[in-house]
Write a protein that binds this ligand. Structure first.
Ligand code: NAD
Length: 483
């Protein structure tokens, strides 16, 4: 059993009751730090999803559907407070489950609390409009929940992704059915227990763990679901969109990227350096907004290559609970995918690698962080999402080159520009195809207030900030004729 587990992990939450899945099946949850079985979790299937959707519909007809926005907000705020009280417990579970170093897991738990605080405070602040119209009419708009929302969450940042999608959906008065990833779902279950403790009415949140092709596919295809939020791979995202399309319901897709940082010769390199490296290796590179491409102007190329290589030499890799800079990747399967990419880089210059800490055992899914230099912009390692601790440095000459290379992948999630030239900052912020652009920073600390989402194969729709509240609601126009 995982250290610090305080609930039965083999159950689903449906309509306020914790129950075994209908088929009685379970799945083993593997600890990526050493390959051991942490515990079993429920392997829900279509019948469980059906029951969860029914429970969500009942909640919308009952106390939850009748609750004021103010009261919904208070419950979310209470959930945030309880998360804050249990930050260390949640971090311990996440570290064992995802393989995330404890410090990073703790930051995710704090972010979950922050999402709940933000959406708790925002619940009663999403207003409609009055629209001046023809004589004799009064016209106004109402923001209403979609109804039942489906949430398919991956294994890389369970707490943050649950916070941003389930938090916003509940704030707008939807009833949620959550399908966490089969590789990591302990904090999703913990979150559901905390929601109950905070007084969330039965059925407002339902959680059905299980594998993607069973529980996940059943949720996205269910005719009782009115909105689907998905974070994960492009291939699965396309399946989710097809399934939701058959029911003509909207989807939000957040599908990852190949996010660049552009370093110009007039940049503050001391300020840039920690961001250049950390944005690539945080969570062992398994971050949708990881910066896997470092585009460097030729004049400062040798300098950056040298300094990033030094930083890589100090990256220690080991078990999540040892809390080194880099933990294992999520699974042996993910390790094999990353090793496959490293094989494709056999023709490239490896500038530097991290080092394995003494505590790492050979049954864990460890990958040494690897920095490739002098990489052509059209090389597979410079174009494809690797989802591991691998970065490439790509030299460029002019601003036009930098823009062309930055925009040359299928993705567009996040980009950053390092330059002291204000006019260039403004030009590039417009020219780069990306859902977010950062100037002289990367990620801006991940603020929950900042709308987030991609263009191209990075997906569509926006989560975080107030934009998510618009996405998790629909607009009704009321036109009253009174003469
Ligand atoms: P995935 O997209 O298959 O899984 C993500 C979630 O979708 C999981 O909860 C899974 O159970 C669910 N799912 C899988 N098949 C489904 C289906 N047919 N219908 C509905 N839901 C389904 O990703 P993965 O297999 O865990 O990882 C594969 C690759 O995806 C990684 O190597 C990485 O490149 C990418 N990925 C990206 C992100 C991201 O944040 N953008 C997160 C995880 C994985």
């Amino acid at each position: 059993m995982p250290q610090g587990l305080w609930f039965d992990p083999e159950l689903c939450l449906i309509g306020g009751s914790w129950c075994a899945p209908v088929g009685g099946r379970t799945l083993a949850l593997i600890n990526p730090s050493d390959g051991s079985v942490l515990c079993n979790i429920a392997r829900g299937e279509a019948a469980d999803i059906d029951a969860a959707v029914g429970a969500a519909q009942n909640a919308l007809q009952g106390d939850w559907g009748r609750m004021s926005a103010l009261e919904r907000g208070r419950i979310l705020t209470r959930m945030g407070q309880l998360v804050l009280e249990r930050v260390d417990d949640l971090a311990l579970l996440e570290a064992q489950d995802v393989g995330k170093p404890l410090t990073q897991a703790r930051a995710d738990a704090v972010a979950l609390a922050r999402y709940l605080e933000f959406y708790g405070g925002a619940a009663d602040k999403v207003h409609g409009q009055t629209i001046p119209y023809l004589e004799g009419y009064t016209v106004y708009t109402l923001r209403e929940p979609h109804g039942v929302t489906g949430h398919i969450v991956p294994w890389n940042y369970p707490m943050q992704i649950i916070g941003r999608s389930v938090g916003a959906a509940l704030a707008m008065g939807n009833a949620a059915v959550l399908k966490p990833a089969e590789e990591a779902c302990l904090t999703a279950l913990a979150f559901a227990h905390i929601a109950q403790d905070a007084g969330l009415p039965d059925g407002a949140l339902n959680v059905v763990p299980g594998i993607g092709a069973e529980a996940g596919a059943a949720l996205t295809a269910h005719p009782g679901v009115q909105h689907v939020s998905f974070t994960g791979s492009v291939a699965t995202g396309a399946l989710v969109q097809q399934a939701a399309g058959r029911n003509v319901v909207p989807v939000t897709l957040e599908l990852g990227g190949k996010s660049p940082q552009l370093v110009f010769d007039d940049a503050d390199l001391d300020a840039a350096l920690p961001f250049l490296v950390n944005a690539g290796i945080q969570n062992a590179g398994q971050t949708c907004s990881a910066s896997s491409r470092i585009l460097v102007q030729r004049d400062v190329y040798d300098n950056i290559r040298h300094r990033m290589s030094e930083a890589y030499g100090a990256l220690t890799v080991g078990p999540a609970l040892s809390d080194l800079r880099v933990g294992p990747v999520i699974s042996q399967r993910q390790k094999d995918i990353i090793q496959g990419f490293l094989g494709k880089g056999a023709d490239l210059e490896v500038a530097a690698q991290g080092v394995l800490g003494d505590e790492a055992v050979n049954t864990g899914a460890y990958v040494l962080p690897t920095l490739f230099a002098g990489v052509p912009a059209d090389h597979p390692l410079a174009r494809d999402e690797i989802f591991g601790p691998v970065q490439v440095i790509i030299p460029f000459d002019t601003e036009e080159d930098a823009i062309r290379i930055a925009n040359s992948t299928d993705y567009g999630l996040v980009a950053s520009i390092w330059t002291g030239n204000g006019a260039r900052q403004m030009r590039l912020a417009k020219a780069i195809r990306s859902g977010q652009v950062f100037i002289n920073n990367y990620g801006a600390g991940g603020g929950v207030e900042l709308p987030f989402g991609g263009v191209g194969k990075s997906g569509h729709g926006r989560e975080k900030g107030f934009e998510a509240l618009y996405g998790f609601s629909q607009l009704k126009t009321v036109a009253a004729y009174h003469g």
